[in-house]
Write a protein that binds this ligand. Structure first.
Ligand code: SAH
Length: 213
């Protein structure tokens, strides 16, 4: 494979900065993290290419730009507590952890959960806590969360997640009727009110669970 450091610099410049993501902490995380260690070995050479990649069990690691865009929309600050639904490879969680937040992440597929857990241990990323469960129910024990990010697409915003979001708080989630295309939805909670805005089309794998498909 080509030099991962140079591949990452190029990825950040051409796929992320060029498309308008400018948050320095997001760019720094994506320049630093070894994305090639989050994909199956056979795909390591494609890890810095401009798209999603298979991670087994019919699931995917998100396209680098989408990871950056969602991380920026969240507006995390060091010390915050963040809940992620859909651990998958663990890459998105690692990006957030690199930005200085405590990450709680939930995955429903056993093999992916164990693979991500091993990856975090190998990388000594101890600020990420994992749970094997249906994430549409959230993780009530550690609520409220300053930020919530859902990295799978569902038909609606799961009510338990909205309840577990702190006030003030921000949540980013792909929502759509179709199982292929969703709208990237930002929910901003403040003063007991929730403001909803949409930020373009995305294509995530299904959010499967009690408040999902
Ligand atoms: N954030 C991941 C993206 C993984 S794809 C990454 O950086 O690699 C989305 C993941 O969401 C899949 O692994 C899928 O199994 C998981 N998922 C789907 N529905 C879920 C649910 N209800 N609870 C937890 N995880 C779920």
């Amino acid at each position: 494979m080509v030099d991962p450091v140079r591949s990452r610099e190029r990825m950040v410049r051409e796929q992320i900065e060029a498309r308008g993501v400018s948050n320095p902490a997001v760019l720094d995380a994506m320049r630093s993290l070894p994305r090639h260690l989050f994909v199956e070995e056979a795909f390591a050479c494609k890890a810095y290419s401009d798209g999603p990649l298979p991670i087994g069990e019919g699931q995917t690691i998100s396209q680098p730009f989408i990871v950056a865009r969602m991380s920026e929309l969240l507006q995390v600050e060091p010390g915050m507590t963040v809940l992620e639904i859909g651990t998958g490879s663990g890459y998105q969680a690692a990006v957030l952890a690199h930005m200085g937040v405590d990450v709680y992440t939930v995955e429903r597929i056993r093999n992916l959960f164990f693979a991500a857990r091993k990856r975090f241990m190998d990388m000594r990323l101890f600020s990420v806590k994992l749970k094997l469960d249906d994430g549409t129910m959230g993780w009530p024990e550690h609520a409220p969360y300053d930020r919530i990010i859902v990295t799978a697409g569902g038909p609606e915003v799961p009510e338990p997640l909205l309840e577990q979001l702190a006030d003030p708080g921000r949540m980013v989630i792909p929502v759509g009727d179709s199982k292929r295309v969703q709208r990237l939805v930002l929910l901003e909670k403040a003063g007991g009110q929730v403001i909803r805005s949409e930020h373009g089309d995305v294509a995530f794998v299904d959010l499967v669970g009690q408040h999902g498909w």
